[in-house]
Design a protein around this ligand. Structure first.
Ligand code: SF4
Length: 340
């Protein structure tokens, strides 16, 4: 896959100095490009055998697989594993992780981000984006622990880890200001650096790259699965993301009505709003009164995983929240009175 010269990373770390090279694949369009660029660099440096790729699964909250007009389109967890394999990482070195809590008889069971929000009593905000740590970065970091223990005993020094991510400047101001390469953790057990090899790729270059890519991109980017028009959601991770554009959320409400209703239930019980400026509840009303974009496809969300999610979230809502909900109740406002 040719890489446009303007988008070859300028500031690259010396990959040979790391014990573990850990690309984090969201399964979205950017993580595929990141994996292509990063694996090229790893091969040139002769260290591709040090790569273990990770996908932190958001379970039912992420875009799952759909069957549309008789064709099956993969969900993001499956896409992450396809992206890893397409650029040369063998399946045993691709790891899918998820947040778990103790279950019955010494087992562990998945605990979703929405359950954590319901238990905490507030939605994440720009100043406190706890969802990323809770559902993604913290989970991957925990997955490194057995490797760190083993290697630290062998090496008698902190284990050097390079976390590689597909974040790009075009996505937000916060991401534009994030360094291409930075140290994010250093202690006696591990030293973790973060590298964003495709930070400067423009969105159009990413889409152009996908026209000829060896892996498909998520169906949610299109107006309907298989359309190939990039007229769906602009991002792809949690179907309903507190930091997404309102247009993306409106489309997601139409595509996942049962999930949207569950988020609205959390809003109503806790009194906090999905975003600082508006509530899912208001957006649902707006869609009902004034119309919403054609979702192209509607996910049924009627499987056992969704039922388990509902039960888990409602159980959390029956408990007292960990944070004072009164403070949160000042957030959010109605966005629609019928568009009068
Ligand atoms: S997709 Fe949005 S809501 Fe989900 S973890 Fe990422 S930032 Fe948080």
């Amino acid at each position: 896959m040719p890489i446009p010269p303007a988008t070859v990373p300028l500031r690259a770390p010396d990959l040979t100095t790391y014990d573990l090279l850990a690309p984090q694949l969201s399964g979205g369009k950017d993580s595929a490009v990141m994996m292509a660029v990063f694996m090229d660099a790893a091969r040139v440096a002769g260290v591709s055998e040090r790569v273990i790729s990770y996908h932190s699964s958001l379970g039912v909250l992420e875009w799952g697989p759909v069957v549309f007009e008789g064709v099956r389109y993969p969900g993001v967890s499956e896409l992450a594993s396809l992206q890893s394999a397409a650029f040369g990482v063998p399946p045993e070195r691709h790891t899918e992780v998820t947040r778990t809590v103790p279950g019955p008889c010494g087992t562990r069971m998945p605990r979703s981000l929405l359950t954590e929000i319901a238990a905490y009593g507030r939605f994440p905000r720009l100043g406190s984006p706890f969802c990323r740590t809770y559902a993604k970065e913290g989970v991957v970091s925990m997955a490194w622990t057995p490797i760190v223990r083993r290697l630290r005993d062998e090496l008698s020094r902190p284990v050097r880890i390079l976390k590689v991510m597909g974040l790009r400047s075009d996505e937000s101001r916060g991401r534009r200001e994030r360094p291409v390469l930075q140290r994010v953790l250093a202690n006696s057990a591990r030293i973790v650096d973060e590298w964003l090899p495709v930070k400067d790729w423009p969105t159009d270059a990413v889409k152009e790259w996908h026209a000829d890519a060896p892996v498909p991109y998520s169906w949610t980017y299109d107006s309907r699965p298989g359309a190939g028009d990039w007229a769906g959601t602009s991002r792809c991770s949690c179907s309903l993301c507190m930091f997404a554009a309102k247009g993306d959320v409106l489309l997601a409400l139409g595509r996942r009505p049962r999930l949207a209703a569950l988020y609205a239930e959390v809003e109503q019980v806790r009194g906090d709003s999905f975003c600082a400026g508006w509530r899912i509840t208001d957006l649902l009303r707006h869609a009902e009164l004034c119309g919403a974009p054609d979702p192209g496809v509607v996910c049924q969300d009627d499987g056992p995983e969704f039922t388990a999610l509902e039960a888990q979230v409602r159980a959390a809502l029956r408990q007292e929240p960990r944070r004072d909900p009164l403070l949160a109740r000042s957030g959010g406002r109605a966005i629609c009175d019928g568009c009068a």
